[in-house]
Design a protein around this ligand. Sequence first.
Ligand code: ATP
Length: 359
Amino acid sequence: MAQITLDGIGHTYGGRAAKTDADYALKPLHHIWEAGKAYALLGPSGCGKTTLLNIISGLVIPSAGRLLFDGRDVTRLPTEQRNIAQVFQFPVIYDTMTVAENLAFPLRNRRMPRPQIEARVSEIAAMLDLTKDLGRRAQGLTADAKQKISLGRGLVRSDVSAVLFDEPLTVIDPALKWELRSKLKAVHRALDLLMIYVTHDQVEALTFADRVVVLNDGRAVQIGTPAELFEKPEHTFVGYFIGSPGMNFLEGTIEGAGILVEGHAITLGAAYPGLAAGTRVKLGIRPDYATLTEADGLPVRVRRVDDLGRKRLAHLSLGGQPLVATVPNGMAVGDGEARLRLDPARMHVYFEELRVEGK
Ligand code: ATP
């Protein structure tokens, strides 16, 4: 198990030198992946997740920066010398071997003594509910079972620098996905390995990871715990991308101790002395903290209410600006005029897409 350091790692494809930031598939990044932690690399398609994962595994040699494993420069070292385990989107297993043989394969390759192999294989099989299938040939098993074997093979070695997962639950049946998501988290706790998990699915990322690296357009826009990403998005992209639905953003201007939005003064929970009166900003608030109220509040128009069973979400308009709010239990609400309360303690102010710290 190692600590992996990205020392200004960046990449452009096709050997082009980057003239501007936009030329990078991955913009230069400094980050330390701590030994034993579970990380997710989260972002939309094309944001650079696979590029970064491939740089760590050695499939891509970065065009800028250095990659260090426990302080050792491995930037140009071939994959097989990096001591990394990988789990891909689709199962990579041997159909003619039994499940046990498949799981044992990476250990046999390392010439581990047989009793130790057997102990480790049964430990991993138990974690992934594969014990009853150990004697079966992999051929004929379902795609789910085969991918579980792939996961097991990725996790079986305890001496790897890191385990890299590239969208490993893609082929898994949705019903089983729930189970495997939390199981992988439990496996991480038990094995204490550095794991890096690439996904575009925020639920997978937030369930699995101690820390999430959010990538957008080749840039790491925030690295934080799931709670930090939810409660303190540093960038409007994180607010919008994390949460379902994402954060609301209302455009307005700083005025006194508040923000003027569509002619309504909204009092902020903190002071923003760095922002002069008249500065155009975005007020961010999650739908969870914007609530319709029967008391006094901002005048809004209800466009639609979605009943999600456990909660109701109202799609509103404040002046011309759309936002989503929670409807309190038992409150009768139809289309038309309504009142809205925004929790001042949960408001965030963004200037040029970046969060401004209030005082
Ligand atoms: P996805 O989830 O769709 O796989 P991703 O987040 O993994 O996306 P990357 O595959 O790393 O993103 O791609 C980042 C950027 O680099 C994209 O603009 C992509 O088009 C570009 N890119 C990726 N691979 C290559 C390549 N081999 N040659 C040229 N450009 C590439």
